[in-house]
Design a binder for this molecule. Structure first.
Ligand SMILES: Nc1ncnc2c1ncn2[C@@H]1O[C@H](COP(=O)(O)OP(=O)(O)OP(=O)(O)O)[C@@H](O)[C@H]1O
Ligand SMILES: [Mg+2]
Length: 496
């Protein structure tokens, strides 16, 4: 005789009251007042069902769910031991929670793997009145040892897989389970499975949320640390900038102080250097006159050499003092009225020996009179520099001096002086470097022609101080043209 009294198909679609209540019970509930004993029983059952479903659907109780499941089952079916069996990730069956009626003295958590597998594999709830003799149970000895008399097992069906099973045993009593009990167990197991899955889902969502929060917290902390670092970097950069500014200010202060000392030094030196030079030149001239009167030719020659060298040295000292004064911003101009045409005539006379020295021809074009208001000495110095350069860098050639007035509306207009020569000329690269102090067109210049490279730098400074400029065009091997442009009337503002 089969020990299977009943197998109940656990239909997944039956997850409502119909799982637990028979249609006749439901009908009696719907009928209304004056309950019969059957109705009363049904109402009691309904109350339990409501309690169970409330317990199972309460998310706050998710952690206690397994305990609740094994503890509430005895309230629904007459049972002495309940075991909640769950399949782990590897599919192994484990007694997750168990309950044993007080005083029964049975070991908790004992269950038959075979019957649980059977219920899970076949998706049926199983009822056996004689567990020890039931072939679906494992080792009969162990069943006997546990004194299992009657046993029920209902699968826990999840959405995707079987979660495990609910086992209800009677250890001391037989014939206690009926079809109703099996139906109740199956219904309860269906609800419990949903609740267990929901609890698991809630747990994993909470876990995900916790991980996400931890990630976000990490990100926020990282970002805060980065910001702090950036702020610290910005602050130290600002501190460094402040420090550098202080250093720069101190350096400027020192430089200003040094410049003041330099000006004082230059003023003293100017006096100290020029005085003896002028004495040498003066006495040489005197001696020269005496020697000439005495007809001492060889002394005249020597004294002329001394005088020439002394004048050259004085000119050099003057240039160096001029450029130093200009660079220290201490050069001042003296503006006065003069006739440029007259000045040009004087320069022409002074220059005659220099023009003849290298067999050159000088042609001058100049209006008979050209009134000007400027620093006469500095204008002479500029023109003399340009003309002496033309003589120095030209041999057996032509030097042209063109002086003209360029009108400028109703104003005094401009004075334009061009000094052109047919000398050695320069490359564009060389002209690009001109007008800087101590710069010569190339290194061989000072060896071949002498000079210090100060003349043009000084000339440009003077022209600019007077509100004009000096420019150059040149062609290597063909000659150069230096053009000076100055306001005919230099005003105070333009001298600043
Ligand atoms: N007319 C010119 N033709 C060719 N090269 C010139 C001419 N004028 C100036 N230079 C070049 O420009 C350089 C600078 O001229 P600058 O008058 O400043 O100095 P310098 O004549 O060498 O020396 P210094 O005038 O101080 O005695 C010269 O050394 C020369 O190389
Ligand atoms: Mg020169």
């Amino acid at each position: 005789m089969s020990n299977i009294v009943k197998e109940l198909k656990a239909d997944l679609t039956l997850r409502s009251l119909q799982d637990i209540l028979k249609p006749s019970e439901l009908a009696s509930i719907r009928r209304g007042p004056a309950p019969s004993p059957a109705e009363q029983k049904a109402r009691q059952k309904l109350e339990i069902v409501l309690k169970v479903s409330e317990m199972l659907s309460n998310p706050a109780a998710a952690d206690r769910l397994p305990d609740e499941i094994v503890a509430i089952l005895p309230q629904i079916v007459p049972v002495e031991r309940t075991v909640l069996v769950l399949a782990d990730e590897a599919g192994e069956l484990q007694a997750h929670k168990a309950w044993v009626a007080p005083g029964v003295g049975a070991e908790a958590g004992v269950f038959s793997r075979q019957i649980v597998r059977y219920a899970m594999d076949n998706a049926v709830a199983v009822l056996s009145m004689d567990a020890a003799g039931d072939s679906r149970f494992d080792a009969a000895g162990s069943i006997q040892a546990q004194h299992i008399r009657a046993s029920m097992c209902a699968p826990l069906r999840g959405r995707q897989r079987m979660l495990g099973a609910l086992v209800a045993d009677n250890v001391t009593r037989t014939e206690m389970f009926g079809e109703d009990d099996l139906r109740l167990l199956a219904g309860f197991a269906n609800q419990a499975a949903i609740a267990l899955e929901n609890a698991e889902l809630a747990r994993s969502l909470a876990e995900q949320a916790r991980r996400r929060e931890a990630e976000l917290t990490g990100l926020v902390e990282e970002r805060t640390a980065n910001l702090r670092e950036e702020k610290e970097r910005a602050e130290s950069a600002r501190a460094e900038a402040d420090r550098l500014r202080e250093v720069a200010e101190a350096a400027t202060h020192e430089a200003e102080e040094a410049s003041r000392s330099k000006s004082r030094f230059l003023a003293n030196m100017s006096h100290e250097l020029r005085t003896p030079m002028n004495a040498i030149i003066g006495y040489t001239d005197l001696l020269l006159e005496e020697a000439a009167d005495a007809g001492d030719e060889s002394q005249v020659r020597d004294l002329k050499k001394i005088g020439g060298a002394a004048k050259h040295l004085l000119a050099l000292i003057n240039d160096i003092l001029d450029i130093s004064k200009i660079e220290a911003g201490k050069m001042t101009l003296t503006v006065e009225d003069f006739d440029l045409a007259t000045q040009i005539g004087q320069i022409q006379d002074t220059l005659r020996p220099l023009v003849a020295q290298k067999d050159n021809q000088l042609e001058v074009t100049c209006p008979p009179s050209l009134p000007m208001r400027a620093d006469e000495t500095r204008v002479r110095q500029v023109l003399y520099n340009l003309l002496s350069n033309a003589c120095k860098f030209t041999e057996k050639g032509r030097i042209r001096l063109d002086v003209r007035h360029e009108p400028d509306g109703s104003g005094p207009g401009w004075v334009v002086v061009a000094v052109a020569d047919s000398g050695i000329g320069m490359t564009p690269e060389q002209t690009g470097r001109l007008f800087q102090a101590f710069v010569q067109a190339d290194d061989s210049t000072s060896r071949r022609f002498g000079g210090t490279g100060l003349g043009l730098a000084i000339s440009r400074h003077f022209c600019r101080m007077m509100g004009g400029d000096v420019t150059v065009t040149s062609e290597l091997g063909r000659g150069s043209v230096f053009t000076v442009r100055l306001p005919a009337v230099v005003t105070l503002a333009s001298t600043e």
